[in-house]
Design a protein around this ligand. Structure first.
Ligand SMILES: [Fe+2]
Ligand SMILES: [Fe+2]
Length: 275
């Protein structure tokens, strides 16, 4: 389906029923988690993903200060989006607990507290800058959102494949369905907004080239981001995966022809050594 206006994209999104309902969550075979092995190398990955999901709330509140967050269509989407991301974090945390990995009861508050001062100051500056550029910056925000949602969805897909744990697969299948609805929202709004203005295209491309990094980096220590990427997208296969499922899709956005930033960034992380 092709959308002509932002409102049509929102209407489509609002027609999508929630996947992770209480019923869905109640039907997950939680008691079976312990009956299947979970490779220890995925534990830091799951913790990272859990935390990034929870940090959506911080990002959401920041965006509300900008023209993007004040846009009635986008803010309507973001209200539900934020709630859905919180559920994703909670489900991952519960999975870890059922697998015998204890976590702090107040992990959500802890994660938010640990967001570095550097990140807070930086994002404050970025938000302020955004306010100066104004409405034209919405295309940039939406493009960032599309890349983040797309790469998160692919991260879960890789994790599901590599961890090969039946209950985790069940949980991640539900999460991924919501991520793909998020991707679709962001990607469509981004393309509509970019299509409106060559200036918006230039700004978005510049900002992606200059500032894009994998989701969570900055708010979480870079070492953890790198570990997650290197574990999920290892080797040539991992790089091809990103190229095919993220980079190529973003290159179809107005003004993004030939973009190599995403694949290049992942390749650089792969080439680093991990202790
Ligand atoms: Fe999520
Ligand atoms: Fe999402």
């Amino acid at each position: 389906m092709r959308f002509e206006t932002n409102k049509e994209v929102l209407d489509w999104y609002e027609r999508q029923p929630r996947v992770l309902t209480d019923e869905f969550i109640g039907n997950i075979n939680w008691r079976d988690v312990k009956n299947h092995p979970l490779d220890a190398r995925f534990v830091p990955v799951l913790l990272y993903m859990r935390d990034v999901e929870a940090l959506t709330d911080v990002y959401y509140k920041e965006l509300l200060r900008t023209p993007t967050g004040k846009d009635p269509i986008i803010s309507k989407f973001m209200e539900r989006w934020n709630v859905e991301e919180v559920t994703h974090g909670e489900l991952i945390n519960r999975f870890l607990n059922e697998a015998g990995i204890e976590t702090d009861e107040k992990w959500q508050t802890q994660v938010k507290k640990q967001v570095s001062r550097f990140y807070t100051i930086n994002s404050y500056i970025l938000t302020t800058l955004t306010n100066l550029v104004g409405k034209q910056f919405t295309a940039t925000h939406m493009t960032f959102g599309a890349i983040h949602e797309m790469s998160t969805g692919q991260g879960y897909r890789r994790l599901m494949k590599l961890a090969d744990h039946p209950v985790l697969t069940e949980i991640l299948t539900g999460i991924m369905r919501e991520e793909s609805a998020h991707t679709r929202f962001y990607a469509n709004i981004a393309q509509l907004e970019l299509g409106k203005s060559p200036f918006a295209q230039k700004v978005a491309r510049f900002v992606v080239n200059k500032f894009w990094s994998p989701v969570g980096q900055g708010a979480k220590p870079k070492k953890q981001t790198d570990y997650t990427i290197a574990t999920l997208f290892n080797g040539k296969e991992g790089l091809d995966w990103i190229e095919r499922n993220v980079s190529q899709k973003i290159r179809a956005f107005p003004g993004f022809d030939g973009l190599t930033k995403i694949t290049d960034t992942i390749s650089k992380i792969q080439n680093r050594k991990f202790a």
